[in-house]
Write a protein that binds this ligand. Structure first.
Ligand code: GLN
Length: 465
């Protein structure tokens, strides 16, 4: 914990943290040391962790990267925070040491972390580059080894894409696996928490601790929690010592290798696929024909849900309140005008528009139908393969300031949105780097599985690593 705190301070210029709780962390570390000395052998005990600032925490501020929540302190811990930390009344925690809260795009809306109301995050591999988003602070903190692991959330790629761009491992579980209780909501039917760490092993350890039914989240799934670490050691059905992935069919969607994919990313991903083949996996061609439609569908559904979720920030119950106003309507208006940044306002306007009378059928309902068809595409593909593999992002991390156009950011989400719309688990595994001037910018390999195939994704990543 002391070493982590020193590194966080020494690398403050990365902008990875919005809040550091040195005192609380040192106290928790001392308690963990005492437990360790008394014979407690749990693997996560005392290991430093940081939480994306979208998770509410009792002892430190939670802003979701927004001015709207500047200084806001929650009266309770998010379930994920409690499970990894000190626990709650009705469940035990893993007793990791919480160091602080990581920077993020405002309300998790973005792909570059430049939408943080506080400061941008720099990519530890190359300070001119973005870290990806929206969990950019968590990704940068892990990549720069400021902290062993961090939490992230993924609504349309926000764990996988920054993990890829920072060269770390991250997994977005099946929708409903990790509790959303205490996660400041962006798009509730898509939001999912997950771990970001150096390796699949680390992610497996965190995921085991983060997972579990939560009566406080209506979409939390009720099923036994696997020991994801133990599962890493279990051989796949057809495995041999020399070919640990024998019997595994890996599907390559043609739509993930087409136009728009940078040659340097494709080359690195294809090299990773050859390695998986060498380990015994069989590569098969599959198709996800509606991939292109994931962008319009997601950018209708997510803003629609956001416009509803963000209506709670009215300057009354919590959050920023304007200093001057004539009446209640002006108080609402000014508080929201001052508290929200431009991308959040854009999404609220799009969301309110597509949900409004007369447009609902044309946009929202259509998007919901496409969402169902995208899930059907995956179901069909998974009759031909066990796991889908491809790139996470069409390019390596771009430079800060280079993508000012919001639409250009949306288009870069092409390979991550579909799995989110279908509620499927998706993972990013470091595969190598770009080429030429991008030789220090990481590339991620994406693995997507059927619902609740987290064990399989982690096993494949573990063998590859
Ligand atoms: N980039 C996507 C967006 O801006 C995804 C963000 C996320 O997964 N939180 O909505």
């Amino acid at each position: 914990t002391r070493a982590a705190l020193a590194r966080i301070e020494a690398h403050a210029d990365l902008g990875a943290f919005l809040h550091v709780d040195a005192e609380g962390a040192l106290q928790a570390a001392q308690a963990a040391d005492a437990a360790r000395a008394a014979g407690d052998t749990r693997p996560l005990l005392g290991v430093p962790v940081a939480h994306k600032d979208v998770f509410v925490t009792r002892n430190m501020p939670s802003t979701a990267g927004s001015r709207m929540l500047a200084g806001y302190v929650s009266p309770f811990d998010a379930t994920v925070v409690a499970r990894l930390g000190a626990g709650a009344d009705d469940f035990a925690g893993a007793d990791m040491v919480t160091l602080g809260k990581t920077n993020m795009d405002e309300f998790a809306m973005g792909s570059s972390n430049e939408n943080s109301a506080y400061k941008p995050v720099r990519n530890p591999w190359d300070s001119a580059a973005i870290p990806g988003g929206s969990s950019g602070g968590s990704a940068a903190a892990v990549a720069a080894r400021l902290v062993a692991a961090a939490t992230g959330t993924d609504t349309g790629g926000s764990i996988r894409q920054p993990a890829a761009m920072c060269g770390i491992t991250g997994i977005k579980p099946t929708y409903g696996l990790c509790s959303r209780f205490g996660m400041i909501a962006f798009a509730s039917s898509l939001d999912q928490a997950g771990p970001m760490a150096q390796t699949a092993w680390d992610c497996a350890a965190l995921l085991t601790a983060m997972t579990g039914f939560d009566p406080r989240d209506a979409t939390s799934v009720q099923r036994p929690v696997p020991d994801y670490v133990a599962a890493l050691g279990e051989p796949l059905p057809g495995a041999t010592a020399a070919k640990p992935l024998a019997g595994l069919r890996i599907g390559l969607p043609s739509e993930y290798f087409g136009e728009g994919l940078a040659a340097e990313v494709e080359a690195t991903v294809r090299a990773a696929l050859r390695e998986l083949e060498r380990l015994g996996a069989k590569l098969v061609d599959v198709s996800l024909p509606l991939t292109q439609l994931s962008i319009p569908a997601y950018y209708i559904i997510a803003p629609a849900e956001a416009s509803s979720n963000l209506s709670r920030f009215d300057g009354v119950r919590f959050g920023h309140r304007a200093a001057q106003y004539k009446d209640l309507a002006e108080m609402y208006g000014r508080s929201r005008a001052e508290g929200f940044g431009p991308e959040v306002k854009r999404r609220i306007m799009i969301g309110a528009y597509v949900l409004s009378h007369g447009y609902y059928d044309a946009y929202y309902l259509q998007a919901q139908k496409i969402r169902r068809l995208i899930a059907d595409d995956f179901a069909r593909a998974f009759t031909q393969c066990d796991v889908i593999a491809g790139p996470v992002s069409p390019t390596v991390a771009w430079n800060l300031g280079d993508k000012a156009d919001p639409l250009a950011n949306y288009l870069a989400d092409i390979y991550t949105l579909s799995a989110s719309l279908a509620g499927l688990p998706g993972m990013s595994v470091p595969a190598g780097f770009g080429a030429g001037i991008n030789a220090r910018r990481p590339v991620g390999l994406q693995l997507i599985g059927p619902h609740f195939a987290e064990e399989r994704l982690l096993q494949v990543a573990h063998q590859y690593q």
